[in-house]
Write a protein that binds this ligand. Structure first.
Ligand code: AVJ
Length: 331
């Protein structure tokens, strides 16, 4: 360790990064239409680009959710049953948002989980040195696979924090299954705090995924750079365009990479053909009304306790409980 002040963390590495990337990319590109899961955006460069997206003026979700967390941290703490919980954050990224909760909520242990190992290690160290009283157990894992957290004591109160509207990356049925997993992780007496982007004027959505500085485009195209870097691919990245639009009937933003010409690409000896305008579908980002999301949560075995939203109704923050637990104060 280089800094004398760097705090100790525990680090569990389920090694999600290498073998799976190769296999899943070859499999994804062996089917038409081409489709690559969005979790592969987040190599070190992708995680860094995502943080820059969050700072763009058009990308309202991050700052809106941060303001809600700051404003309602006290109510969240009461709903969580006070201080001392085990706070689990699947897909913790830069661990920026959780900072709004740490002082009021005073968890016993913070468990950030992320697919991007180096980024997770740095972010977890940052939290541990800023909050010396907090135990930090970082878990590097693909949260879309089964992950066990056997070090959480049976009797602990568990609060699961899933901000950023990452839930929107799942198909609605998968989102329901994933929320069901979070419900079980929280267990009776625990809570699930989820940030969900709201349906709104498509022009605002369009701008948020087509920022003027082109950071979202760079984030999308980095997937091809990553394949070139890690899998010995020869994508000519300049021959692909970023394309993001709101699909109103499906209620989602779609991101694609569009081939500008007829071309072929080699990845480690595998050859893939692209027609002009042929797409790789790289992401869906579903948007929900408050009622749609509450209905989804109920189907997942979660009872909606509280929901907070900003005055412009851009973003929502839901506190949910394992169904069957004691009545909610803020119901
Ligand atoms: C991390 C999935 C919530 O859907 O808004 C941002 C990812 N993609 N800009 C989102 C993303 C393009 C983001 N989530």
């Amino acid at each position: 360790m280089t800094e004398a002040t760097a705090a100790e963390i525990r680090f569990y590495n389920a090694n999600p990064e290498h073998a799976d990337f190769y296999r899943e990319i070859i499999d994804s590109l062996s089917q038409r239409p081409y489709r690559i899961p969005p979790k592969f955006f987040y190599d070190k460069e992708g995680s860094r680009l995502f943080e820059r997206i969050c700072d763009q003026p058009e990308y309202y979700p991050t700052r809106t959710e941060m303001a809600l967390l700051e404003q309602f941290a006290g109510e969240i703490t009461e709903l969580a049953g006070g201080t001392g919980c085990f706070l689990v954050e699947p897909g913790s990224g830069s661990c920026e948002k959780v900072r709004t909760l740490l002082d009021p909520l005073k968890p016993n242990t913070y468990i950030p989980m992320d697919i991007s190992c180096e980024h997770l290690r740095e972010a977890a160290h940052g939290v541990a040195s800023e909050y010396p009283w907090l135990d930090v157990h970082a878990v590097c894992a693909d949260i879309t696979e089964t992950v066990s957290l056997p070090f959480i004591p049976e009797q602990a109160t568990r609060v699961v924090f899933y901000p950023g509207s990452s839930i929107g990356n799942f198909e609605p049925l998968e989102a329901e299954a994933f929320l069901g997993d979070l419900a079980h992780l929280a267990g009776p007496g625990g809570g699930v705090l989820v940030g969900v982007d709201l349906k709104k004027d498509p022009a605002l959505l369009h701008a948020a995924y087509n920022d003027a500085r082109g950071i979202t485009a760079a984030f999308n195209l980095n997937l091809l750079e990553r394949i070139n870097r890690e899998l010995n691919g020869d994508f000519n990245v300049a021959d692909f365009d970023h394309h993001a639009f709101y699909n109103a009937s499906a209620g989602r933003i779609e991101m694609h990479l569009v081939s500008k010409c007829r071309q072929h690409v080699n990845i480690d000896g595998h050859r893939f053909e692209f027609g002009k305008n042929e797409h790789i579908h790289t992401e869906n980002s579903y948007k929900y009304t408050i009622e749609e999301f509450r209905a989804l949560a109920r189907r997942a075995g979660l009872e909606p306790c509280a929901v907070w939203t900003d005055s412009a109704a851009l973003f929502s923050l839901h506190f949910l409980r394992f169904a069957g637990s004691p009545a909610c104060r803020f119901a």
